[in-house]
Design a protein around this ligand. Structure first.
Ligand code: GLN
Ligand code: ZN
Length: 761
């Protein structure tokens, strides 16, 4: 008899159902508790997860899914890829690890970036020609033993060697042309050693995650995949291997892995739904186990189990064995719907968080193995929930649909830019190189306290409002004192730039406990967009007009754009994203109009997530960018020429998205640029971007306050690329995260620099 994996999940949340790990980490970092106390919290979380997954009835429980910070960092540490600058700190193992993750006074952390197209962030390993791999840390083996001692046989999960190297960057000083992938053979040898150790420890299966192959890969990279798995598969002493590809269709990598000597493959049939045909025609699968990722690991809706079973049925002949799994790790969803006591009961009945998804996998697995009768009750309940959601009145708002149905192309078009520019100059009368900020000002303890007090009922709405107004007045006075030209109200009333808006729109619910790890101890609580979206009444107008009433200078209205709202929410999956984006766009458009009607002449619509939501495969970019751009234009059109639209993007490496930035047709675009020394301006010139642009001149990620002279230099560099009449002066985004003392000095220096440059124009 050949053993199989059977029903499983690819990974599980680890921050703790009550964010226990977050608290333990932050307490340890603040030196309020010991390393042993932290380890104890971690051990308990691992134990609870293993037991829960086993008791829920999964055939195979994933192991090594716990992390103190990030699984990519763990992989680097396991294989000894610790840059010298962290070794030299002379810290113990745990603190070296945290130094890489968070930096220490003398040494900044590793770069952090987004994990594929999710909102999870990983730390970017640095690999150079001199990096020597070894098994430097044995957590994968130790955690296998820890689980075994509790009576749970786990399937250790590791980031695969290809994905690890493809996500790494060349270490500083590596010769031109060096790629981390050049080190593949050496790394694979050490993976082989680790597999041998796991084998010895009793691991029957090991899972190697290779999501990098859900994105476009070169022929050389596919060859590297082939040779690595040929080698790992041919080892004499090793556990059976499950290679997991997720976040999309594996494309050509499927054939490569199919032909390799690994025992099992896991495929994402949610994000890579189109791959069913490819799977049935992949010859090499016939002697493998296929783990069909039918339960969505990234969204929170209950699975249509009948549909999932039908898909599984079409796959039955194509592999030796077909099992059921999640599309990807459950890291990207909250723990448990049952912890939500305040969500509307009908909407709640449509949801499945991690715990519920495990049950779905178990049900599907039983249905496949023993027939549907064995789980008829569970299938009936799922069927009823899916039908209830599909027929629910509350997801459907005819007024919203009629309005969108009646839209014409010109509804998303403003007049020609030249005309607008003239009208805006007349209306605003700004000096050359106008100065502004990106929106938020430092969120003080008082502001946070006031919000907490409102939530727990110890102050009333009127008191809260007055405190926020006081804060707004302070921020306005400060900006006037500094001499900024276009002011902001500072966003003190906002907890988060997406959640804040979702709370005022129809079609969303918020969770009380639906936390998802973003990075390290940081969690987000994405709102759930379940139905047609509308904005019953103005959200920001009262704050904006209050701020405008305090000053003669223009105050920018501050909104979040439709793509960002979608990107940072759990979005309904029963209609195309493009349709949902239009609805959100119309809600924002209503707000833009109300701001304009209330006398706000400048409105900024932030789209920091425009690039985040970009599909992993280039063939899908065009379609995405079309609807993304269209939704922004819909949100910002239909207003007077004199009303100036700003947008803000948090990054400067636009890649494929650069043309879309032109197409947004915003009057002014602010972007991050301080770290890249204004290079982005050349990129924009190349694609003929001819609008106002505000490259950030103050890098807010660094605690250093720039001198006026440095900013003068940056402005001169910017002026070499952009004519003065298009250049705006602003910091990078994120003032919210810094303290008033630094912000005030930095902005003062920014104004000094601007005043120095202006007369030379
Ligand atoms: N207006 C927001 C702010 O300044 C923009 C935040 C962002 O770019 N992520 O905080
Ligand atoms: Zn930003």
């Amino acid at each position: 008899m050949t053993s199989k994996i059977g029903s499983t999940v690819l990974g599980y949340p680890r921050i703790g159902p009550k964010r226990e790990l977050k608290r333990a980490l932050e307490s340890y970092w603040a030196s309020k508790s010991s390393a042993d106390e932290l380890r104890e919290v971690a051990r308990r979380l691992r134990t609870d997860t293993w037991k829960q997954l086993r008791d829920a009835g999964l055939d195979s429980v994933p192991g090594n899914t716990f992390s103190y910070y990030d699984q990519v960092l763990d992989t680097a540490v396991t294989f000894g890829a610790v840059p010298d600058r962290y070794r030299k700190l002379g810290l113990n193992t745990l603190d070296t690890y945290f130094a890489m993750a968070r930096g220490v006074e003398s040494t900044p952390p590793l770069e952090m970036t987004k994990w594929f197209d999710t909102n999870y962030h990983y730390l970017v390993p640095e690999i150079g020609p001199d990096t020597t791999f070894s098994i430097a840390d044995r957590t994968p083996v130790e955690s296998f033993r820890e689980a075994a001692d509790l009576g749970v046989t786990t399937r250790p999960v590791l980031v695969g060697p290809l994905t690890f190297l493809l996500l790494s960057k060349p270490a500083e000083g590596a010769p031109e042309g060096f790629e981390p992938l050049d080190k593949l053979d050496e790394l694979v040898d050490v993976y082989a050693e680790l597999l041998a150790e796991l084998n010895k420890a009793g691991a029957e299966w090991v899972q190697l995650d290779e999501p990098a192959f859900a994105a476009d890969r070169s022929a050389a990279e596919l060859d590297a995949l082939k040779s690595a798995y040929q080698k790992l598969g041919s080892l004499a002493k090793r556990p059976k291997l499950l290679v997991a590809g997720y976040f999309g269709d594996l494309g050509e990598a499927l054939g490569v892995l199919g032909a390799s000597p690994v025992e099992a493959l896991s495929v994402d049939l949610v994000a890579g739904g189109s791959s069913v045909d490819r799977l049935t025609s992949t010859q090499g699968l016939k002697d493998k186990e296929l783990v069909a990722g039918l339960v969505d690991g990234r969204n929170i809706w209950r699975t249509d189990l009948d549909k999932a079973l039908a898909t599984a049925a079409t796959l039955l002949g194509s592999a030796r064995e077909v099992s059921v799994g999640t599309s990807c790790s459950l890291l990207h969803v909250p723990y448990d719907v049952e912890a939500e006591t305040a969500i509307d009961p009908q909407v709640k009945s449509w949801l499945a968080f991690a715990a519920q998804k495990v049950d779905e996998v178990v049900t599907l697995g039983k249905a496949l193995a023993q027939g549907q009768d064995a789980v008829s009750k569970e299938l009936a309940a799922a069927r009823a929930a899916v039908a209830d959601r599909a027929g629910a009145e509350r997801t459907h708002n005819s007024a919203v649909r009629d309005r969108i149905g009646a839209l014409k192309p010109q509804d998303a078009r403003r007049s020609e830019y030249g005309t607008r520019k003239k009208a805006q100059e007349d209306a605003l009368g700004l000096p050359k190189l106008p100065t502004t900020t990106i929106g938020s000002f430092p969120q003080t303890t008082d502001v946070r306290k006031a919000r907490a007090a409102l939530t727990n009922g110890s102050i009333d709405q009127a008191t809260y409002k007055q405190r926020m107004r006081d804060e707004i007045e302070r921020v306005i006075r400060l900006q006037e004192d500094l001499g900024l030209d276009v002011l902001v109200h500072g966003e003190p009333e906002r907890n988060d730039m997406v959640q804040y808006f979702s709370e005022y729109m129809e079609g969303f619910v918020s969770t009380a406990n639906g936390w998802v790890q973003s990075y390290g101890s940081r969690c987000v609580r994405p709102p759930i967009l379940f139905g047609d979206v509308s904005r019953p009444k103005a959200i920001t107008v009262d704050w904006a007009t209050y701020a405008q009433g305090l000053t003669g200078k223009p105050v920018k209205g501050m909104l979040t754009g439709p793509v960002t709202i979608l990107s940072w929410s759990f979005v309904r999956d029963d209609q195309p994203m493009a349709d949902t984006a239009k609805q959100v766009a119309m809600a924002i458009r209503d707000e833009v109009h109300d701001l304009e009607a209330a006398g706000i002449g400048v409105v900024q619509v932030d789209e920091p997530a425009l690039r985040e939501l970009l599909p992993l495969r280039a063939v899908q970019h065009k379609e995405y960018l079309e609807w993304a751009v269209e939704s922004f234009r819909l949100a910002t059109a239909g207003i007077a020429d004199a009303t100036q639209i700003h947008t803000h993007l948090c990054y400067s490496e636009f890649g494929d998205v650069i043309n879309a930035i032109v197409d947004l047709d915003a009057d002014v675009t602010s972007i991050e640029a301080a770290r890249s020394r204004m290079e982005v301006l050349d990129d924009l010139n190349e694609v003929g971007f001819g609008r106002g642009v505000g490259p950030g001149v103050y890098d807010i990620h660094s605690p250093r306050v720039p001198e006026a002279a440095e900013i003068t230099d940056l402005l001169r560099a910017a002026l070499a690329a952009v004519p003065a009449e298009r250049l705006w002066v602003n910091p990078d985004c994120g003032l919210k995260t810094r303290g008033y003392a630094e912000v005030e000095t930095a902005l003062r220096n920014m104004i000094t620099a601007t005043k120095e440059v202006r007369p030379t124009l």
